[in-house]
Design a protein around this ligand. Structure first.
Ligand code: H76
Length: 474
């Protein structure tokens, strides 16, 4: 009787809406375009890069968060909105964009020295100013004292340095009269059509003028107006990929026809990688993210993308914090995109130069644990992060927190054993390995005196695993 009662209880739960019911699959027409994860060469390259530089540069770099003597603490690229500056006033900043210090060859050298393999630069942010000479607007670099195509110079310099170039593009546009936050009536619809047309023209222009571009990073796509245009963004992604085979697009570009963003109404990722991790990381033990491509974009201060004159208003991340974030991303199959906000005169601020240098100094001896690396499929431990080397028999341990005991725990899946362990910096010297129980180990470096994160390499074998297991049984 009691059993019957429980059976009925369980059965009844399935009939309560929203409880334990398999979600009904929606018919999504304008969702994902291609099978994921993409396995073509362009995507493999993107995935192997792991570390990139984000660049936010536009007219907002001129006031740098300060307007009429008042400092606005909110993100400098939002100053027009924070200080309620009329569009015509803001737009006339372009007459001050003369960039005497702009030296893209030097920028590229700084980036290369830091160890990035790709860069993503703002071609147009929310202010609507275009960093390339666009045939579809006068609000562009051509109509500034600088006058030249700074984007072409940028693409050339970074490409020559061996760094893949990507373009950030904001659909949200405070300058374009067709932009709407929502579409509420016929007038809005007509206006927004002109913005759509403009967006399409400019993106085709960008991928045509700069065929080197590897990917497009869409932003300002959260408003109702864009979300109501799922079919348009689907067709736009398709068109751009036809124009530029191999083009890589972030998930933020898209909403499906039901307005579901990043992931469609059935939970399928749109675009080629997830780009929702902005100024935050997934939990370090989250293994779900390892099943897809993703990228985390990060600021150095708390929330400044464009140049802000006063960095004392928030915590400024140290190179060590940033390196740890990058390593965590790699350990979970993600890329790390670190933002720089060049100044209104074209220079790069000293704080950013110093951070780039410090990260570069760490990268030089340790980057083998980053490039081409990913999720190792091992249980995360408190001392840091595992990264899987492209050599399947090698796993890196990137140590950030040295245990007081001096012993580093490693748990392997059944059937695998550690053959040897050594510091990446001295591969000829084996570290002591203590087997606790089958598949469970302590790695014991002689001394843990490192002041910086460092890498221990594990050579893993699956052949002699049986022997070890047998030995343990007897
Ligand atoms: C909010 C917001 C925007 N998205 C970031 C990537 C920056 O561009 C910021 O301005």
């Amino acid at each position: 009787m009691r059993n019957l009662f429980f059976c009925l209880l369980i059965l009844s739960l399935f009939t309560i809406p929203g409880f334990a019911q398999p979600k009904e699959k929606k018919d999504v027409k304008y969702g994902q375009l291609n099978e994921l994860p993409r396995q073509d060469e362009a995507m493999k390259k993107w995935r192997s890069n792991r570390f990139g530089q984000f660049i936010h540069w536009g007219l907002y770099a001129i006031p740098g968060g300060v307007w009429k003597g008042k400092t606005y603490n909110y993100a400098a690229e939002f100053l027009k909105s924070s200080a309620k500056i009329p569009t015509s006033t803001w737009d006339s900043l372009r007459f001050q964009f003369d960039l005497p210090k702009y030296n893209p060859v030097e920028w590229a050298a700084i980036a290369k020295n830091m160890g990035v393999k790709y860069v993503t630069i703002t071609t147009k942010h929310h202010e609507g100013f275009c960093m390339w000479p666009s045939q579809y607007t006068d609000f562009d670099i051509e109509n500034t004292p600088y006058g030249k195509d700074l984007l072409r110079e940028f693409v050339d310099a970074y490409t020559a340095a061996g760094i893949d170039v990507n373009f950030y593009y904001s659909v949200l546009d405070w300058h374009h009269t067709g932009w709407r936050y929502d579409i509420k009536n016929e007038e809005d619809r007509v206006a927004f059509e002109s913005l759509k047309e403009y967006t399409k023209n400019q993106l085709v222009e960008l991928v045509t003028r700069y065929p080197e571009v590897k990917g497009l990073w869409f932003d300002g796509t959260w408003d109702a107006s864009w979300k109501k245009n799922g079919q348009f963004s689907y067709e736009l992604e398709k068109l751009l990929k036809e124009k530029r085979p191999g083009l890589i697009v972030n998930s933020r570009m898209r909403a499906d026809e039901y307005g579901s963003r990043h992931f469609d109404s059935n939970g399928v990722l749109m675009g080629d990688y997830e780009s929702g991790y902005e100024r935050r990381l997934p939990d370090a033990w989250d293994t779900k993210v390892t099943t897809r491509d993703w990228e985390c974009c990060m600021t150095i201060p708390e929330n400044q993308w464009g140049y802000h004159k006063d960095w004392s208003i928030s915590h400024v991340k140290t190179p060590e914090e940033l390196i740890e974030m990058m390593v965590q991303c790699t350990s979970q199959n993600g890329n790390f995109l670190l933002n720089f906000g060049p100044m209104g005169n074209g220079d790069i601020r000293m704080e950013e130069r110093n951070i780039a240098k410090a990260i570069g100094q760490w990268m030089k001896p340790n980057s083998e644990a980053i490039y081409n690396c990913g999720y190792a499929g091992l249980k995360k431990q408190d001392w840091g992060y595992f990264t899987q080397s492209p050599d399947p028999s090698k796993v890196n341990m990137v140590v950030f927190s040295q245990p007081i005991s001096g012993k580093y725990r490693v748990t392997l899946p059944k059937g695998k054993t550690i053959k040897k362990a050594y510091l990446l910096s001295s591969p000829d010297k084996n570290l002591k390995i203590e087997e606790i129980s089958p598949n469970d180990y302590f790695i014991c470096p002689e001394k843990s005196i490192n002041k910086q994160a460092y890498v221990i390499v594990l050579e893993i074998s699956s052949e002699d695993s049986k022997k070890t297991f047998q030995k343990a049984l007897t």
